[in-house]
Design a protein around this ligand. Structure first.
Ligand SMILES: CC(C)(COP(=O)(O)OP(=O)(O)OC[C@H]1O[C@@H](n2cnc3c(N)ncnc32)[C@H](O)[C@@H]1OP(=O)(O)O)[C@@H](O)C(=O)NCCC(=O)NCCS
Length: 186
């Protein structure tokens, strides 16, 4: 269980997207996201539909975002589900930290395939980081992504994260990125 606080907001509005809690009406789009082979290509592969549905049944749609710092990204005009973004503490015993045995906040993002290439992940991530920078003390934020995940690497760089080092995890080379939280202050 993490003791590192993350941001407390449950809704954040940006230009084209809104970050909000998950709803029952997001279910079909969430299943599409989690079963898409292209979305899963660098994060362990696609999940079988049955497994995704079983998991949703276990936790309920509301369970997707019930932890602080976890949001659905929705289209601000239509409220349609676009993906998820999170700023949450990484357990100290996972690989890919800046400091050994230390919890750190990590940014993560997953976008439905039909929303790629429009700057929406950048917008959602920026909104979360700005809100966190306004609320929390300055601290490092990390981002871990497969080195082969070029879209995610480009996004990390555009957001202002710096590559720190590479490491092996899940039989693949990963890159650890880091940035100071207060560098995202609006
Ligand atoms: C990683 C991921 C979120 C990146 O999504 P993305 O849409 O490429 O990221 P951005 O929001 O930064 O959009 C940037 C792209 O939109 C384009 N774009 C178009 N209109 C734009 C606008 N108005 N503003 C900004 N960018 C715009 C940019 O040119 C850029 O395209 P390029 O990378 O081909 O040059 C997405 O590929 C994904 O969900 N992948 C699967 C899950 C995953 O691997 N997650 C990471 C785990 S570590």
């Amino acid at each position: 269980m993490s003791g590192l606080p993350t941001l407390s907001a449950v809704r954040i509005a940006a230009d084209r997207v809104v970050l909000r809690e998950s709803r029952e009406s997001d279910r079909d789009r969430l299943i599409e996201l989690r079963t898409d082979p292209e979305v899963g290509a660098h994060i362990g592969g696609p999940n079988p539909r049955e497994a995704v549905e079983r998991r949703i049944d276990e936790i309920g749609m509301a369970g997707l975002t019930d932890a602080p710092g976890v949001f659905v990204i929705a289209d601000r005009a239509t409220d349609a589900f676009i993906g998820t973004v999170q700023l949450t503490a990484v357990d100290a015993d996972q690989p890919g930290h800046l400091a050994d045995n230390t919890e750190e906040l990590e940014l993560g993002y997953l976008l439905h395939r039909d929303a790629w290439g429009a700057g929406l992940a950048f917008e959602a991530a920026t909104a979360v980081l700005r809100a966190a920078a306004a609320e929390l003390p300055d601290q490092p934020v990390i981002l871990r992504t497969q080195t082969a995940n070029t879209r995610s690497q480009r996004l990390a760089a555009r957001l202002g994260f710096q590559p720190v080092r590479t490491f092996e995890w899940f039989d693949a080379e990963q890159t650890l990125f880091a940035a100071d939280l207060h560098s995202f202050k609006a």
